[in-house]
Design a protein around this ligand. Sequence first.
Ligand code: FAD
Ligand code: ZN
Length: 469
Amino acid sequence: MNPQALITELRELLGSTQVLTEGDLSSWELDWRKRWRGKALAVVRPGSTAEVSQVVRACARHGATLVPQGGNTGLVGGGVPDASGNQVLLSLARMNRVREVDRANLALTVEAGCVLQSVQQAATDAGLLFPLSLAAEGSCTIGGNLATNAGGTQVLRYGNARELCLGLEVVTADGEIWDGLSGLRKDNTGYDLRDLIIGSEGTLGIITAATLKLFPQPATSITALACCSDLTQCVALLGLAQSQLGAGLTGFEVMNQFSLALVRRHFDQLAQPLPPAPWTVLLEYASADGPVQAHARFESLLETALDQGLIADAALAASLTQSAAMWHLREAIPLAQSEEGLNVKHDIALPVSAIPAFCQRTDAALAKAFPGIRLVNFGHLGDGNLHYNVQCPEGREGLAFLDQHEGTINRIVFDAVQACQGSFSAEHGIGALKRDDLAERKSPVALGMMRAIKQALDPQGRLNPGRLL
Ligand code: FAD
Ligand code: ZN
């Protein structure tokens, strides 16, 4: 490869201001957790699908590999270049236009670099709802959400990013443009290429635009917090809420006591309406009914839960501001733990029914192996997805602890997950962080099929090499 010739060609294609090679490039080269710092040959910022295609073709001609990047909020080191200085970082951030709103078809077409919050706003402006929601929504992009099949807090009712996508526009590894931007809800014309690209973490194609599903806005939304004494009660409360609220239950998040203690320590300006409890649950109910009827139904749920001894206390948001404050508490946990120092992150999925016993056993095994460790356990219990994070003992240095013990801790946690038929990556993906775990834990047959797909769609290994597979 002649790097200088490639850079010159890229500058001719995009203009020199959109091909960066000097100065502080850390917002592209360093990941959100500050765990991976790479070195890009160049940061390239195309403004259109045609330009993405030209960049891919130029890289192919010069034998360079590409790392696609959206908002750089990914948590598994998949969106930053490696340290070789040979990879082209392809930022989709400038491709942030809303192309079309189709109200009758309940569909919205946006470019890949649209920030999730802007996508939500475009839906709201049309009087509709785009329900994908996560704490990074002010920075992550819809392209990144689809590339990682992001989950978030509304999966219980609306599904993962995959379920919210009707069609994609993709630039292939050899620079061709596939226009799959259909707004169809039914299309059985062969292999589902859309679903193949979703969740492929930039290794099979570059997403340049997407057609997304919209929903009617609920007439009433209600948020509440409730205290439970253990996870068995949380699971029982989930069952009760599902039976009483049906599909209206849109969010069911749990936070262990230490998660909220970290929020209190690092963000003491955030009010916590309930006293500390072993578990605090955040429930959200969205209803087509008006406020009086919806509140009556929700309050009846809380009364039943109190009567049955499933919850000890509850607080109902009385306004949109209070509801936002409750969500803010939940969303502050990832930030509070990063203020506390690096920890060993796990993003695991289990059958909901297996969660109480899993935690009891795994908490005990970890406490025995590493006396004093602190568990930041929180997440989307309604989807069986926990962020089961292990923080070093008080007073120890996070990075040193992580360097020394991450492998052993992962083994304890992932073996326990596997024993419950769970997944060691529920919503964050594989990236660089869990590549070895995938190779070790995915069935050889599944891995063989995955490698065959990669070989068919990217035979030269140009797209995000060293990630996922
Ligand atoms: P990036 O970080 O830029 O990239 C992520 C991956 O996608 C990389 O492999 C990259 O190569 C690839 N990629 C990006 N754009 C494209 C594209 N256009 N075409 C092809 N490949 C592409 N995730 C959840 O699922 N649920 C959560 O609740 C959640 N909460 C979070 C909270 C915080 C505070 C943070 C920092 C992260 C959270 N995440 C969560 C993880 C992260 O936000 C999501 O994975 C998000 O979807 C990544 O989007 P991004 O635009 O930042 O992608
Ligand atoms: Zn999450």
